[in-house]
Write a protein that binds this ligand. Sequence first.
Ligand code: IPE
Ligand code: IPE
Ligand code: MG
Length: 234
Amino acid sequence: MDKRNDIPAHIPTHVGIIMDGNGRWAKKRGLPRTLGHKAGGEAFVKIVTECRKIGIKCLTVYAFSTENWKRSESEVTALMSLMKEYMVRYTDDLVKNGIRLRILGDLSRFESATVDEINKRIELSKNNDGMTLCIALNYGGRAELTTAVNKLLRSGKQEITEQDISDALYTASLPDPDLIIRTSGEQRTSNFLLWQSAYSEYYFTDVLWPDFDEKELRKAIEEYSKRNRRFGNS
Ligand code: IPE
Ligand code: IPE
Ligand code: MG
């Protein structure tokens, strides 16, 4: 343990976060779900900044799943406009602070103006080496694997290796997540990084995403640092 700032010596290289519980956070306060998502956006900025400070090399946050389109039109519209706002306003600061931005997911359902803004920031930050921030947007592990298999089929390969699959995923060249945090008390993957999480450590907390702060993140990392990872070994 580093006594000055309570950061465990053994920190994960890649952290994944399933940012869940915005709706319940709002409901508890008698607020519309949209305000829960807004508060969730603030927690996102706080946690990205903290991960960078701690020295996490890669952070992947689950922002919108392929299944989240099932929600009401008004919630989807509100989420889209919030994400657009974050992409345009907040990522500029992140990029200036040495963060490299990547998107995991299919952006074809997003407005072309938003996609342009996103691509601009991906390009601008491509040489940043402070931390890689991956935002899983319209992401689903099954859709990702299906897209990858189709890509491999088109390449004409007759036989494929595990490495071929890894290289065809949105996460190509990224290390697998060491630690996956899910907030809000749910204990499921909800289609997040299915292939990549084969040996990830999971950390579940009842804290709702908008309440997840620096202290909660440190608790998760501390718990991770005590785990004994064996990868099938004895
Ligand atoms: C997570 O919060 C945000 C997204 C899935 C976009 P939820 O909106 O799922 O919040 P709960 O689970 O209903 O509380
Ligand atoms: C997972 O949360 C997706 C995101 C956090 C973006 P959900 O709220 O969509 O998951 P389920 O429906 O409870 O499994
Ligand atoms: Mg949820």
